[in-house]
Design a protein around this ligand. Structure first.
Ligand code: IPM
Ligand code: MN
Length: 350
């Protein structure tokens, strides 16, 4: 019987509440499909930082590299200056584990929860392949003459051939594996004439290896418009780290909000990490009202990437049933059920 070693980082705010429901579902689905999961818990987050000054110790990082996958709740604590935990934990994990893809499916399960008029389930079904280790997120830049009227602040977007190539190739391979017909590069070639010149050249070069898949391009600003006006045009979007961050929040609301949006930080050759993409939602912490379905959907993605495709699919199907047949809303406090009741419902439908 397969036995997976899963690192669990519940993290901050409502993270622990949603991870608890995810693990409840994992328990049920693993016994149903006949595999085991050994869970190793890590207490990284705001609380530990405030007590010890430590974000992510390097010994833990080495240990994480030996696991099969990581399941993460949320990182972010209003008591800590913005950037410290995000950079010190979440981004550090993505970078150090070389999770170079951030895969974010945008799928509408029930049109009642879509904010767009005249759009239904079949219209909103695409994935964003976000580059996850480069671009503006590298932390390259700095201050000159700080705190004077002559201050200069720079923040550089770093794009490497290797980083762009592996991301674009992943997008095309993913499209082929999932039977998708089109990959759209989202960029800003009319202004970012270095960074997206590289992206564009690599994109059309890689596209040649996938003659049956259409290669398309859209500027990021226009993409924001099309995502609202004609979301059905998109199948697989590939884009850089910053644009991917921005358009996936827009994508999340198309599928009904942060309560349902999940993602995977993937290193196809190493250890991947799965998370609900909404934040730690401090104002809902401890109230048992947050929607755990994003975390449960992240679990479904994790199962697929572990090679337990049937189990992953079963979890997704159960989530769809709960969304369609039970919930009044996907938002915290309005679901008609508590966080733990929604977890129980998923288990019931499994
Ligand atoms: C996300 C988040 C993170 C990001 C933050 C918390 C650093 O917004 O996962 O989309 O910008 O990548
Ligand atoms: Mn984001």
């Amino acid at each position: 019987m397969a036995n997976y070693k899963i690192g669990v980082i519940p993290g901050d705010g409502t993270g622990p509440e949603v991870i608890r429901e995810g693990l409840k579902v994992l328990e049920a689905v693993s016994s149903k499909f006949g595999f085991k999961c050994e869970k190793i818990f890590y207490d990284f987050g705001g609380e530990r930082f405030l007590k010890t000054g430590e974000t992510l110790p390097s010994s833990a990082l080495e240990e994480l590299k030996t696991l099969d996958a990581i399941y993460l709740g949320a990182i972010g604590d209003p008591r800590v200056k913005p950037g410290i935990l995000e950079k010190g934990i979440l981004l550090k994990l993505r970078f150090e584990l070389d999770q170079y893809i951030n895969l974010r499916p945008i799928k509408l399960y029930d049109k009642r929860f879509c904010p767009l008029k005249d759009k239904e389930e079949k219209d909103i079904d695409f994935v964003v392949v976000r580059e996850n280790t480069e671009g503006l997120y590298c932390g390259s830049g700095g201050f000159l003459r700080k705190d004077t009227p002559y201050e200069v602040a720079t923040q550089e977007s770093i794009n490497t051939y290797k980083g762009v190539e592996r991301c674009v190739r992943f997008a095309f391979e993913y499209a082929r594996r999932k039977g998708r017909k089109k990959v759209t590069l989202v960029g800003k070639t009319n202004v970012l004439t270095y960074a997206f010149d590289l992206w564009e050249r690599v994109f059309y070069q890689v596209a040649k290896d996938f003659p049956s898949i259409e290669a398309d391009y859209a500027h990021v600003d226009a993409t924001c418009m099309w995502m609202i006006k004609n979301p059905e045009w998109f199948e697989v979007i590939v884009t850089d780290n910053m644009f991917g961050d921005i358009i996936t929040d827009l994508g999340a609301i198309l599928q009904g909000g942060m309560g349902i949006a999940a993602g995977g930080n993937l290193n196809p050759e190493g250890v991947s990490m799965f998370e609900p993409i909404g934040g730690s939602a401090p104002k809902y912490t401890g109230k048992n009202v947050i929607n755990p379905l994003a975390a449960i959907s992240a679990l479904s993605m994790m199962l697929e990437f572990l090679g337990e495709e049937k189990a992953g699919l079963a979890v997704e199907e159960a989530v769809i049933k709960v969304v369609r047949e039970e919930l009044k809303s996907l938002s915290a406090g309005k679901m008609g059920y508590s966080t733990s009741e929604v977890g129980d419902l998923v288990v019931k439908y499994l």
